[in-house]
Design a protein around this ligand. Structure first.
Ligand SMILES: Nc1ncnc2c1ncn2[C@@H]1O[C@H](COP(=O)(O)OP(=O)(O)OP(=O)(O)O)[C@@H](O)[C@H]1O
Length: 249
């Protein structure tokens, strides 16, 4: 039996004006799976993310999202955690906000849920609940952003360069957190990055995007140990040598 997919993108074409930026991209994420999309700056990664979120209308092709029970099956984690958080609110309010917008529970219940989620992402709610984003480190702020994304109980977490603004040691910890959350909750991950080392740490399979086309895809270790496309080799040469997930804990 094959695992059902939570995301199926088929032959996606997206452009701006005259220009085609994604040219027939196909990719799927199995339920509970972790897929990487790697490519250099300008290859079309953010455009792909925007199309998945419904912010950029495709010219052709299809995007199917299996929602399950979730109201908002895809949630996003962005590159710059501090600027993605409201500077005037406490972390507890930031995490509880999606529940407040949907009118779920009482204020007290929402704050209790937010405390649980902060603890889940490794932040003690007693210590960090009242903190403002500017007082957090990059890694702590990214944990808050992940907690806020999880509050909507998504089936897929779409992470666009989730660790590229963080120090290397902090990168590994945030990636380990995402891997643990995936293991514990069955969450699926789509991790977009320019860095094959990051994708290697988190994704079972990878698709390589070059100038709007997938030039290579497959099992991450296989693609890394035996790259077929010259562009993949180029990306490999550019990737810093990071250890594999769990090895550097
Ligand atoms: N709103 C827009 N209007 C016109 N062109 C755009 C727009 N957004 C992106 N582009 C162009 O589309 C191409 C792909 O951009 P995109 O941001 O998707 O790439 P990327 O791989 O995410 O790059 P980066 O890692 O630098 O963000 C680029 O050449 C970019 O200049």
């Amino acid at each position: 039996m094959t695992t059902p997919d939570v995301l199926t993108v088929d032959n996606l074409v997206v452009g701006y004006g005259e220009r085609v930026v994604l040219d027939g991209v196909s990719l799927s994420v199995p339920a509970g799976g972790s897929v990487g999309l790697v490519g250099e700056s300008g290859s079309g990664k953010s455009t792909f993310a925007r199309a998945i979120l419904g912010l950029q209308k495709p010219r052709s092709g299809s995007i199917e999202i299996a929602g399950g029970e979730a109201d908002h099956p895809v949630q996003m984690v962005f590159q710059d955690p501090i600027s993605s958080l409201n500077p005037h609110r406490s972390t507890l309010d930031i995490v509880a906000e999606p529940l407040a917008i949907r009118g779920e529970g009482t204020r007290r219940q929402r704050r209790d849920t937010a405390r649980e989620l902060l603890a889940r992402v490794g932040l003690d709610p007693h210590r960090f609940g009242d903190a403002r984003p500017a007082t957090l480190s990059g890694g702590q702020a990214q944990r808050v952003a992940i907690a806020r994304a999880l509050v909507a109980r998504p089936t897929l977490l779409l992470c666009d360069e989730p660790v590229s603004s963080l120090d290397v040691s902090v990168q590994a910890r945030v990636l380990n957190l995402l891997a643990d959350l995936r293991e514990e909750t069955g969450l699926s991950l789509l991790v977009i990055s320019h860095d094959l080392a990051v994708v290697r740490m988190i994704a079972d399979s990878v698709s390589v995007l070059s100038e709007g086309r997938i030039v290579e895809s497959g099992d991450t270790e296989q693609v890394i140990s035996n790259p077929r496309h010259p562009y993949t080799r180029q990306l490999l040469d550019a990737a810093p040598r990071l250890p594999r997930l769990k090895e550097n804990q």
